[in-house]
Design a protein around this ligand. Structure first.
Ligand code: SF4
Ligand code: SF4
Length: 522
């Protein structure tokens, strides 16, 4: 049987000049015994417990080592893009006309508006938010079905800020080994200065994070000026303080514990994944039996089986959550790919093929072990379903946005009394009608009624200047009292009616339905 490409590649490395084979030729070392990989105690069927393994493990402080490589570069790009969006979006401008704010993204709580570039969401249009949440959830599920916890590894705010804080820590305290050595030593002036610089920079980032958050809720340049001159509302300082504290604590100290103990997504994600999803995976078939470079060389020279893993622990040292990916899938693995970079660098140094650790699927782990080529299946029922839902909701939202009316009407029938009988025998119902003007200029509307022929519609408070119009200011709503009088004798107890709203200049319209009530049996 011919070799699979993978097996063939390994044979090439093992027989080529250079690499481990050449090293083995020149090495005069005796074949050592293979190192035994520690195996966790077996599950005791009587007690349903994992042997003597403790249920609680105290936190080990993690000192992630600096690493270079493809996935580190992707993480840098994700960090700069996501933080850039977060910190600078409030300063983007978007012209909406003279009577509307010109901040591109603004949550205007006092006026109950959300502005997102050309979109303006009113409170009654909160279904757009629902649509956005559905799309966000389905996108997360889709990412998970294709590439596991890619969100956790690259885009989650906890990951991004922790990454930034760890980078600052390395600037100030040195890389892993230096930092660990210094922490084992006494408190010298240098150590105090380095720790002080780190905490100061962390605090600045945390403060800027809290400061950027409040800028989404008010005109950013104005609020920055007010904050600097201590004229901003107290609530703005309070929120900056809260977010500074949470960012400082979560990204500076809690770090991977947020992912391990606080975040529900790893648990949900584990239930949503399948054997075709890409995950950061250690290639057991290639890596085992693992041993040191020197021993591996001697063993290979004797033709004994030996894996590519040289037990250097680089993959563990660079891991921001302290996971040893060689132990198999773990809740702590955020799948950032940094262990891939670390291991690739080791493989390059010892002349072995890269990707001993790689993004791969469970199905391929089995296929590799059987000597079969890797197989990837991205178009599956679940991925197609997620795409269909995302596309469907996006289409509905786009349609409603494109056909969205710039005016609106809602009607509330008086409950007490539901109707009154006038002295001339006519019946009157009263309503509160709310008219919305979603444009940035003042508009005039008029009302008409259908469904109750011969009745009289009367708008209270709008006839002072003799005109029968409802004037509504820019981007505002107005409530008016409307009286409908029906002169028909013995009308039915409930008659469906429709209020029609017209813009007196443009003719644009909106409508709302309700009922005209009368006493049962006339
Ligand atoms: S970095 Fe690679 S070679 Fe080193 S311990 Fe991890 S898996 Fe083994
Ligand atoms: S095991 Fe690898 S992929 Fe998982 S969190 Fe650690 S470095 Fe990232």
């Amino acid at each position: 049987m011919s070799d699979t490409p993978d097996v063939a590649a390994r044979r090439t490395y093992e027989t080529a000049e250079g690499g481990l084979y050449a090293l083995a030729q020149s090495a005069e070392v005796k074949p050592p015994a293979l190192k035994t990989v520690p195996v966790p105690p077996p599950l005791d069927p009587a007690t349903d417990e994992w042997g003597d393994a403790p249920l609680y493990e105290a936190r080990r402080k993690i000192y992630p080592q600096r690493v270079h490589g493809t996935y580190r570069r992707i993480k840098w790009a994700a960090l700069f893009v996501t933080l850039g969006i977060y910190y600078f979006t409030p300063f983007l401008r978007w012209d909406r006309g003279p009577n509307a704010p010109d901040q591109a993204v603004l949550i205007d709580l006092p006026n109950s508006r959300f502005y997102f570039f050309f979109i303006e969401i009113w409170p009654q249009e909160v279904y757009y938010l629902t649509g956005l949440l559905i799309i966000a959830a389905m996108t997360l599920f889709l990412m998970n079905a294709i590439a596991g916890r890619i969100w956790c590894g690259y885009l989650c705010p906890q990951t991004v800020w922790t990454d930034l804080f760890q980078t600052i820590e390395r600037w100030c305290e040195g890389d892993r080994r230096e930092h660990m050595q210094r922490e084992r030593g006494p408190w010298t002036p240098e150590r105090v200065a380095r720790a002080g610089a780190k905490y100061f920079l962390w605090l600045m980032v945390a403060w800027w994070t809290g400061g950027a958050w409040v800028l989404y809720f008010a005109d950013a340049p104005t609020l920055v000026y007010e904050l600097a001159t201590l004229q901003a509302p107290l609530i703005a300082y309070a929120w900056i303080g809260i977010l500074t504290l949470t960012t400082f604590t979560l990204a500076g100290f809690m770090r991977e514990q947020v992912c391990l103990y606080m975040c529900p997504w790893p648990r949900i994600q584990a239930a949503l994944t399948d054997e075709y999803a890409l995950n950061v995976t250690y290639r057991y078939d290639r890596g085992e039996p693992r041993t040191s470079v020197k021993k591996a060389t001697a063993l290979r020279a004797q033709g004994q089986p030996v894996g590519d893993c040289v037990e250097c622990l680089q993959c563990v040292h660079v891991c921001p959550t302290g996971v040893d990916i060689r132990q198999g899938p773990s809740l702590g693995c955020i799948q950032c790919g940094l262990c891939i970079d670390a291991c690739d660098a080791v493989m390059a140094k010892i002349g072995r093929p890269p990707r001993l650790i790689a993004y791969d699927t469970d199905i391929n782990v089995k296929r590799h072990a059987e000597g079969l080529p890797a197989e990837f299946r991205f178009a599956r029922v679940r991925t197609l379903l997620y795409v269909a839902i995302i596309a469907g909701v996006a289409c509905i939202m786009t349609y409603t946005l494109v056909t969205r009316q710039a005016q609106g009407i809602s009607v509330l029938h008086d409950r007490n009394p539901i109707f009154v009988r006038l002295s001339d025998g006519a019946l009157r119902n009263a309503y509160t009608v709310r008219v919305s003007n979603k444009r940035s200029d003042r508009r005039e509307f008029t009302l008409s009624l259908s469904g109750l022929p011969g009745s009289l519609l009367d708008i209270v408070q709008t006839r002072d200047d003799g005109r029968f119009v409802i004037e509504v200011g820019p981007d505002q709503t107005r409530e008016v009292r409307v009286l409908i009088t029906d002169y028909v004798p013995d009308p039915p107890a409930s008659t469906p009616i429709t209020f029609h709203l017209y813009d007196v200049i443009s003719g644009e319209r909106a409508a709302a339905s309700d009922y005209f009530r009368a006493p049962a049996g006339g």
